[in-house]
Design a binder for this molecule. Structure first.
Ligand SMILES: Cc1cc2nc3c(=O)[nH]c(=O)nc-3n(C[C@H](O)[C@H](O)[C@H](O)COP(=O)(O)OP(=O)(O)OC[C@H]3O[C@@H](n4cnc5c(N)ncnc54)[C@H](O)[C@@H]3O)c2cc1C
Ligand SMILES: Cc1cc2nc3c(=O)[nH]c(=O)nc-3n(C[C@H](O)[C@H](O)[C@H](O)COP(=O)(O)O)c2cc1C
Length: 763
């Protein structure tokens, strides 16, 4: 086969090598515009795993690469005058020039023709003359541009500015992050040694900071001198150096995230950065290029035709890229939003940085560096007010809100049971809530409990508007208080436009077959075509509902609840006022965000006035309507939280969605936690995170990174009321209190857990 590799970076060279190894008869040329040793960039990072893959493909070049590796185990973070070092991270780095020299040599030895200083003008030219053309011409691929309508590239320009520099200052003891505050904003560096004398030094900052400093108008020399001044304390008198003379101006770039839909066209195939990129902060671009080269070479020799090989190559590599790009997106966004975290304590900041891609979990950090993680856990417990020298997982740290003391950070999220009779909770609720309170969670929510018969979602929903309701709730609360250490929160709500519907399992949000009651909302916007058109609330309705909330609050107080939550999420009445999707009012309750929050805040002030001072109130919101800019966005949610905070709400329960039947939520592990993170770290307000959080590891990492103060689990508590006690057993924590009658079961579970049995929970 006659093959032309257009571009002599890692992808093109390693593909040429991989093809020759599989069949020396292939005629291969690598075409490259640069000279052999003049390359942009400094070091690249590869993992041991990648090296193993390379060794399986070509032991010779892998051994040569390994011989030139710089290894380091630590990550150091310089921030606010503190240098925090954690260990066990296992990186290896190599100079880009060194890597390319080794690959060029190996390719030559195998008989590949290397044609340097040759500009590729047109891929078609090569496609007409070769059997196979590999577009390995990097992130700004001209080949991709030439056939853009076939490859359909999706290119996203990321927000930060960065410049890739080198230095002879020593960073040989750790992969180093340095965060420096300048008058114009924060600037940070990613630095790592890649040979005896040289380290990569990538400088990055927000575009605004970059403009404020004036980098855009500077010459390359001035720009470097400015970076030297900013990071002078870490450079020990050494210079920063650029080798990007081919880039105009001061060589600052925005990272381009590239992903092509199609990776081949006729006999042309994309590889490496030309096909897809991974942000440099997760150091995987070269890995992707090298592993793609192996995959394509392999398929070309195992599949019946070139087209089938291309298809298999695209299927396999695109999936791998998507996985990496998802981790890279988390990491990229973390740096783009880093200013949000710069008020965190250095311990928490460090943890947040290390777990930014969400690929490294809490327990994974324990495996890497137990001592460091335990010191971070001890810090967390100390901050939470735990007794001195407590070292326990963050989920077992106490939490205080006004006079409410929670023994741990696990919350049973509110969950409708549809088991009430005429609004009155039954023995079902006593057993259901009693079990969850016995199960170890620090705080148990009751389901949305409605302030009037018409406020119920379904005929099976609980209420708190009649004397028998109050008595039934008191019985439940008294059980929780007398038999467990859990606290219990009453979630008050009104169904609004989603009312008068069937029990959950008979059809969610579907109107009753008969006996429907009239519903009301902010405006005459029905939940869906089949739901009633609600009445737009008049002033008198507004006053009536406010009074109902107040009466319900007084009952909740007499029933003994420890905390109150106003349900302002999920499209119910108060939520219908907040989201512009259902609030079309032109009076003081519609229009601006302030106006849309007026009614929920009126209610808050009214209930706050009758709720005891030492008991907290939370508000649950939908932080994202999942409908784009027409609805509430995560950015709006920050403003909503600011208004709640200013009104005196103690904690924001950050849910999302269920406000529009047209919503397109993006589900995933902990998918709503970023909204809580954003609110907590942009406003300083306490938050609860919720949504597909199901492992102790999720809970611990959310808390430790400062993404929430409490963590709510709903469905996991339906499957297992004892989720918290089991989590403690799985983590080897022996301090959570079990009910006395269950001690025999506890002891057996602990013994089994020590042997790795009995507890199937992943930690
Ligand atoms: C700041 C920064 C830091 C990085 N750090 C890491 C890291 O730590 N680890 C990691 O794995 N990756 C890292 N990367 C990414 C890594 O450099 C790339 O992912 C990798 O080089 C991709 O290899 P490639 O062969 O596809 O493209 P490239 O290495 O870009 O090679 C493309 C080649 O094509 C040539 N070319 C382009 N157009 C033409 C033309 N018209 N005519 C002739 N020749 C042409 C170019 O000269 C170049 O040599 C980093 C990237 C950046 C920007
Ligand atoms: C059966 C069921 C009933 C629910 N009822 C309520 C409710 O009454 N009030 C509320 O705010 N959220 C309610 N939710 C939402 C949960 O509190 C939680 O936000 C959601 O299930 C996501 O958490 P999870 O992934 O841990 O289940 C309910 C969820 C379920 C599964």
């Amino acid at each position: 086969m006659r093959v032309a590799c257009l571009g002599g970076g890692p992808a093109g060279l390693y593909f040429a090598i991989s093809m020759k190894l599989r069949d020396p008869r292939h005629e291969i040329v690598v075409v490259e515009r640069n000279r052999p040793d003049d390359t942009f960039g400094w070091g690249v990072v590869l993992s041991d795993d990648t090296l193993d893959n390379l060794a399986a493909n070509d032991p010779t070049s892998a051994a040569a690469i390994r011989a030139h590796f710089a290894y380091w185990d630590d990550i150091a973070v310089h921030y606010k005058g503190r240098n925090t070092v954690s260990s066990g991270h296992g990186f290896c780095g190599i100079g880009r020039r060194q890597l390319l020299t080794l690959l060029q040599q190996r390719a030559r030895d195998l008989g590949v023709e290397l044609r340097f200083e040759t500009e590729i003008e047109s891929a078609q030219h090569y496609a007409d003359r070769y059997d196979l053309v590999v577009a390995s011409d990097g992130i700004n691929s001209g080949v991709r541009r030439e056939f853009a309508e076939h490859f359909n590239p999706d290119v996203e320009v990321r927000a930060c500015k960065f410049v890739w520099l080198g230095t002879q200052a020593r960073f040989d003891d750790a992969f180093t992050f340095i965060f420096e505050r300048t008058e114009a904003g924060w600037v940070w560096a990613h630095a790592y040694q890649f040979d005896k004398n040289t380290a990569t030094f990538i400088v990055e900052c927000a575009e605004e900071t970059w403009s404020n400093i004036g980098f855009g108008e500077m010459t390359a020399e001035d720009s470097i001198a400015t970076c030297e001044r900013i990071f002078g304390d870490y450079l020990g008198g050494h210079r920063l150096v650029s080798n990007a003379k081919h880039i105009r101006g001061s060589a600052w770039l925005n990272f381009h995230r590239v992903l092509c839909e199609k990776w081949s066209y006729k006999n042309i195939v994309l590889m490496g950065d030309a096909a897809a990129t991974a942000h440099f902060s997760i150091g995987s671009g070269t890995k992707l290029a090298l592993e793609s080269a192996i995959a394509l070479a392999e398929y070309l020799h195992s599949e019946p035709s070139m087209q089938v090989a291309f298809e298999r190559y695209q299927d396999q590599r695109r999936l791998e890229v998507l996985r990496l790009q998802s981790a890279a997106r988390n990491s990229t966004e973390w740096f783009e939003q880093v200013e949000r975290y710069l008020d965190l304590d250095p311990v928490q900041f460090n943890y947040s940085l290390l777990t930014r891609s969400q690929r490294i979990s809490h327990e994974n950090l324990r495996l890497r560096d137990r001592k460091w993680l335990e010191s971070a856990e001890a810090w967390f417990q100390r901050k939470a007010g735990a007794p001195a020298n407590t070292v326990r997982a963050p989920m077992f740290a106490p939490f205080e809100l006004r006079g409410l003391q929670l023994k741990n950070r696990v919350v049973v999220s509110p969950m409708a049971q549809y088991k009430a009779v005429d609004g009155c909770p039954t023995d079902w609720h006593l057993v259901h809530l009693g079990e969850r309170a016995k199960g170890g969670a620090g705080l148990v929510f009751v389901e949305m409990t409605c302030v009037s018969p018409e406020a119920r979602i379904t005929p099976g929903c609980t209420g708190i508007y009649a004397a028998d309701h109050e008595a039934a709730w008191r019985r439940i609360v008294e059980f929780v208080h007398s038999e467990t250490e859990a606290k219990i929160c009453c979630q008050l709500g009104h169904s609004g436009p989603k009312g008068s519907t069937r029990l959950g399992w008979e059809g969610m949000d579907v109107p009753l077959p008969s006996g429907n009651w009239p519903v009301m909302a902010a405006s005459q916007v029905p939940w869906s075509d089949r739901n009633q058109i609600p009445k737009a609330m008049e002033e008198s309705d507004i006053a009536m509902v406010r009074d109902q909330f107040v009466a319900a609050t007084e009952m909740a107080q007499r029933a003994g609840f420890d905390m109150l939550e106003l349900h302002c999420a999920h499209g119910y009445l108060l939520s219908s006022f907040i989201t512009p999707l259902s609030n079309k009012r032109t009076d003081a309750y519609g229009g601006s965000l302030e106006n849309r929050l007026r009614f929920p805040l009126d209610i808050f002030h009214a209930v706050r006035a009758v709720w005891p001072d030492d008991k907290p109130i939370s508000v649950r919101i939908s932080a994202n309507d999942w409908i784009g800019n027409d609805g509430v966005t995560p950015k709006d949610a920050v403003e909503i939280a600011r208004l709640l905070q200013a009104a005196g709400v103690d904690i924001c329960d950050v849910s999302a969605g269920q406000t529009s039947a047209r919503a397109e939520p993006v589900y995933g592990r902990m998918f709503q936690t970023p909204f809580s993170d954003r609110i907590r770290n942009e406003t300083g307000m306490a938050t609860m995170a919720v949504g597909n959080i199901y492992e102790p590891d999720h809970v611990n990492s959310i808390l430790m990174a400062g993404r929430a103060d409490l963590v709510c689990l709903a469905r996991p508590h339906l499957a297992d009321p004892y989720w918290t006690l089991r989590a403690a057993a799985a983590l080897g924590d022996r301090q959570e209190k079990w009910p006395e009658p269950y001690h025999a079961g506890r002891d057996q579970l602990w013994r089994l857990a020590e042997r790795g049995e009995g507890v199937t929970m992943k930690v």
